[in-house]
Design a protein around this ligand. Structure first.
Ligand code: NDP
Ligand code: A1CAB
Length: 267
């Protein structure tokens, strides 16, 4: 299977790193193209993948073509490659707010189109990717796509209508976590912790807390209660978060992200 990636920026390169780290495909079966030639040269050398001369070459030679340019660039790229796509080529978009209909309106309703919402932890094979398929994707192709997405983390098929909300709780979520981690480290520094040690401590604690959810399947409230000793340190901190409307603020952030995705989709 030949994989092409148009756009090797933050997310496209994260997928490239995850896929190559997983050895899901031989690197010679992966080709990339980006306008930034320096970036392409570096990635090609570092990951042993092929460099395409242009988007059209990738469209022509790929079995799965990942379009990982910014949403506002997607129409231009699709318009440029539409005549190079074969009926069997699977076009896999990762663009926020870009619908399957939008893509089909440019390249045709006869083409195989997949909409996904990945996230940058794909880079360390811990991504979480949502996927919606158009009606032209066969069951065996879905199986292949899940294998690809699961090579750099986990994946879940969702109704395309939920992609906006999904972006709010996963696509964009790593950034919220990093802001939370940064604020926690500032808190540690405020209390005399060395910053570099604080980052390492906090990142491992966030990782462990997430792993507790995934492995124990317990409700987050139960896990929270297991930490919160009566009259102890944790409840003192939680009261400050509750007084600061932490939960409501987080919900508002997810809503803002969802609304922005809808706005980008022209909805
Ligand atoms: N970043 C993230 O965490 C996530 C991003 N996404 C989606 O991924 C897509 C890319 O986002 P992101 O990686 O952050 O953006 P970046 O700007 O980091 O990457 C886009 C890359 O595409 C290049 N590019 C622009 N035009 C073309 C073209 N015509 N042909 C080939 N390459 C081109 C850009 O080059 P240049 O810089 O020179 O213009 C850039 O290197 C977006 O649609 C976004 O919604 C989805 C989930 C998560
Ligand atoms: O911020 C963005 O628009 C992209 C999509 C999800 C994460 N990054």
């Amino acid at each position: 299977m030949k994989l092409g990636i148009i756009g090797a920026g933050n997310m496209g390169s994260s997928i490239l790193k995850g896929v190559t780290a997983s050895n899901f495909l031989e690197n010679k079966n992966i080709a990339i193209f980006d306008l930034n030639k320096v970036k392409i040269e570096e990635l090609s050398k570092e990951y042993g993948v092929k460099k395409a001369e242009n988007e059209n070459e990738l469209a022509n030679k790929s079995d799965i073509l990942i379009v990982s340019v910014k949403p506002n660039i997607v129409p231009k790229v699709l318009d440029k490659i539409k005549d190079d796509l074969s009926e069997k080529t699977i076009v896999l978009s990762i663009a926020a707010g870009i619908s399957i209909d939008f893509i089909e309106n440019i390249i045709g309703t006869d083409k195989k189109v997949i909409r996904t919402m990945p996230n940058t932890p794909a880079q360390v094979m811990e991504g979480m990717t949502a996927v919606s398929f158009n009606q032209n994707i066969q069951e065996n192709e879905k199986t292949m796509i899940f294998k690809l997405l699961n090579s750099f983390g986990k994946s879940i098929e969702i109704d395309e209508k939920l992609m906006h909300a999904y972006t709010g709780i996963s696509g964009s979520l790593p950034a919220y976590v990093y802001v939370f981690i940064e604020a926690l480290a500032d808190g540690g520094v405020l209390e005399g912790m060395p910053r570099d040690k604080a980052y390492e401590i906090i990142a491992q604690t966030v990782l462990g807390s997430a792993k507790m959810m995934l492995e124990t399947k317990k409700h987050p409230g139960v896990l929270k209660d297991e930490v919160t000793s009566p009259g102890g340190t944790t409840i003192a901190a939680l009261k400050v978060l509750e007084d600061g409307k932490f939960r409501g603020t987080v919900m508002e952030a997810v809503k803002a992200c969802t609304e922005k995705s809808k706005e980008m989709a022209g909805e």
